[in-house]
Design a binder for this molecule. Structure first.
Ligand code: PEP
Ligand code: MG
Length: 311
């Protein structure tokens, strides 16, 4: 008589652990949406639109001049929609454009970009968007059109904010574009020490979430260029100064009812995930290939904390 191992008779065991902390995934190109969704992630913690823009081959200004603002919106809509469709109804945190001038300079029309000694300390993220509202408005219009189409899983995230002045100014543009900040979820990235120190003021602007961009937060906290090989060994996302900024921000956000998350590379590292779950972060977002491990790490830490609490 043939012996059938009991394992074989069992239905496939669920591999995605249930966790209180949400585990999301970062998406840099729409082509990765299907693979990202297949991880079972609870949503997209960061959808970068840079690639959608850079792949047009022209700066946004040049593209809009040559093809019109509607065509620029359409290009963004196509990319964002691919991801929003794949994940619906799971939320997709879509970030407005954040490319430094040296990346725009590679494109047609890039000769109009200013020359900066320190592009990473320069004209990028929300700074550029607020100074160039004509481009920012097209991004917001694209998102407003997607919301109108019924993609109510799209959330809006603002990069490189420093303070409530930045956030209030951006909020004004949201309202003008027909995006209701009371109804649609929106938030900011915490990427500068200033933004972490100003979290109370940012929360007062009505944001729903704050997401740690640890690539930049580490660079700016430690004054270590994230792209400079000579100081690469000093680029430490787990440096106590970085962790203190993050921990304090989470604590304040919990008091104020603002969700917290991470969408920098460190969100794929077990040590960071452990620290964040201990601090009570609402969600973590990891790279596609790291999602499964992060799901299990979150589960492990949550179970340990639960056991600690009843001991
Ligand atoms: C970050 O700074 O951690 C981040 C996620 O944004 P980017 O890497 O695009 O600057
Ligand atoms: Mg960043």
């Amino acid at each position: 008589e043939e012996f059938e191992p009991i394992e074989a008779a069992r239905p496939e065991t669920p591999v995605k652990p249930m966790t209180a902390t949400e585990v999301k995934v970062n998406v840099s190109i729409p082509e990765a949406a299907e693979r990202a969704a297949a991880t079972g992630a609870d949503g997209v913690g960061l959808l970068r639109i840079e690639h959608m823009v850079l792949s047009l081959g022209k700066t946004p200004e040049r593209y809009i001049r040559d093809h019109g603002s509607r065509a620029y919106q359409d290009a963004l809509i196509e990319g964002i929609r691919t991801v929003a469709d794949e994940f619906y109804p799971r939320p997709v945190r879509t970030r407005t454009i954040d490319a430094p001038t040296d990346e725009f300079r590679e494109l047609e029309g890039g000769d109009g970009e200013p020359t900066e000694h320190n592009p990473m300390l320069g004209w990028r993220g929300i700074r550029r968007s607020l100074d160039k509202p004509d481009v920012f408005k097209q991004e917001l219009a694209a998102i407003a059109r997607l919301l109108d189409m019924g993609y109510d899983n799209i959330e809006l995230m603002l990069p490189l904010v420093n303070d409530a002045v930045d956030v209030e100014a951006a909020k004004g543009h949201l309202l003008e574009a027909g995006i209701d900040p009371e109804r649609n979820r929106w938030g900011v990235m915490i990427e500068t020490p200033a933004s972490a120190l100003m979290i109370e003021e940012l929360a007062a602007a009505g944001i729903d979430f704050a997401s740690f961009g640890t690539n930049d937060l580490t660079q700016y906290t430690l004054a270590v260029d994230r792209n400079n090989e000579h100081v690469a060994s000093r680029f430490d996302e787990l440096h106590p100064a970085v962790l203190r900024l993050i921990g304090d921000t989470i604590e304040t956000c919990r008091e104020l009812g603002v969700d917290t998350s991470i969408c920098g590379q460190a969100g794929s590292k077990p040590e960071m995930v452990e620290f964040l779950v201990e601090q009570g972060v609402s969600s973590v977002s990891a790279n596609i290939d790291a999602v499964r491990d992060v799901q299990h790490e979150v589960k492990r830490v949550e179970q340990r904390l639960l056991l600690d609490s009843v001991r």
